[in-house]
Write a protein that binds this ligand. Structure first.
Ligand code: PAP
Length: 329
């Protein structure tokens, strides 16, 4: 086992079950449960599967979080482009404080997950009141929760939610690479079955994608729906879209000055993945920084999934999304 695998084998706090209140234990006893790929128990709450400590963190969040209208929440499924979106949103929102070509830009010395922290995987794990009211506006947070669970805590705040999704086949292969370092003999067949059944951490996946898609259609000022593939294809247009949505559009002068290109370069896979800060160390949510970077890009699944696996996944997605207007080519 290499150092990287050793690092990844230590379970993060959110995967454990050692910090659960009596109230949460009572709730858990009433919830459907299944085992994950390591044999750990997952529980289904409000339509999604969680480990006990994550569930406790969600309850903490739902009870104590006070949304501000200026809040920004970046939402996604794991392995869908979260790290990239965190970096881009941070760079866009704080561009007046930190010019993207600044030698001391925070993204050059820290991992995006430490600059934009997860609510249920980090801030509210083992902490009912993480002191968020002291943070200056605009606050930027991240989540992997589905919209209905997030929405309950926002209590109708018109804050901004940016959701990024990615072709499930690339998500699956990305997750498989990551998990293969955690568990030996973890086959692609296993993970395909898991995805089709929908019983996995934050699954079932298409339900979550749909929860944000539907909200983005009816409440487009509140939820922006983005796709990793479009970010790869037309990064400039997508960053401009994010800035417009967040209420901090680029001025013509800024565009002329090349700031959009500078932000894209700063947040590019090549730049971030080669930084010492992202090659070493562990994020505040307990995942080694290097675990957030694979090869990046679109269609990598083609080198791993058989035609049969790809067909099964495509059929499942098509069936789930039928009639929603959302399509994955
Ligand atoms: P997380 O759930 O662990 O936070 P997330 O950031 O959502 O992961 O997704 C990781 C994927 O985004 C990886 O894809 P891969 O496994 O197919 O390679 C990772 O390489 C890719 N990624 C990370 N940073 C960037 C970036 N700056 N630009 C493009 N892709 C990126």
């Amino acid at each position: 086992m290499d150092d990287a695998s050793q690092n990844l084998r230590t379970p993060a706090n959110f995967m454990k079950d050692d910090d659960v209140s009596q109230e949460c234990k009572n709730l858990i006893s009433s919830l459907p449960s299944e085992k994950d790929f390591t044999g750990r128990k997952l529980y289904s709450y409000q339509g999604s599967w969680y480990y006990p400590n994550t569930l406790q963190a969600i309850l903490n969040f739902q009870t104590h979080f006070q949304a501000r209208d200026s809040d920004i929440i970046l939402a996604s499924l794991p392995k869908s482009g979260t790290t990239w979106l965190k970096a881009l949103a941070f760079a866009v929102v704080h561009r007046n404080k930190y010019a993207p070509n600044l030698e001391s830009h925070p993204l050059l010395s820290d991992n995006p997950h430490n600059l934009v922290r997860f609510l249920e995987l980090d801030l509210y794990v083992k902490n009912q009141c993480p002191g968020l009211e002291e943070l200056p506006s605009p606050r930027i947070f991240a989540t992997h929760m589905p919209f209905q669970t997030l929405h309950e805590s926002l209590r109708d705040s018109p804050c901004k939610v940016v959701y990024v999704c990615r072709d499930i086949k690339d998500v699956l292969v990305s997750r498989w690479h990551f998990r293969s370092k955690l568990v030996s003999n973890y086959s692609l067949e296993d993970i395909v079955e898991e995805y089709i059944k929908g019983v996995c951490f934050f699954g079932p996946f298409q339900e979550q994608v749909l929860s944000y898609w539907k909200e983005s259609l009816v409440n487009s000022n509140h939820v922006l729906f983005m796709r990793y593939e479009e970010m790869i294809e037309k990064p400039e247009a997508q960053v401009i879209r994010v800035a417009d949505f967040l209420g901090c559009p680029f001025t013509e002068e800024e565009k002329q000055s090349g700031i959009v290109e500078n932000i894209l370069e700063l947040c590019s896979f090549g730049n971030l993945s080669n930084l010492e800060a992202n090659k070493t160390g562990t994020s505040t949510c307990g995942i080694p920084h290097h675990g957030f970077f694979g090869k990046g890009g679109v269609g990598g699944w083609n080198n791993h999934l058989t035609d049969d696996m790809a067909r099964k996944l495509d059929e499942m997605v098509e069936k789930k999304l039928e009639g929603s207007g959302l399509k994955f080519e």
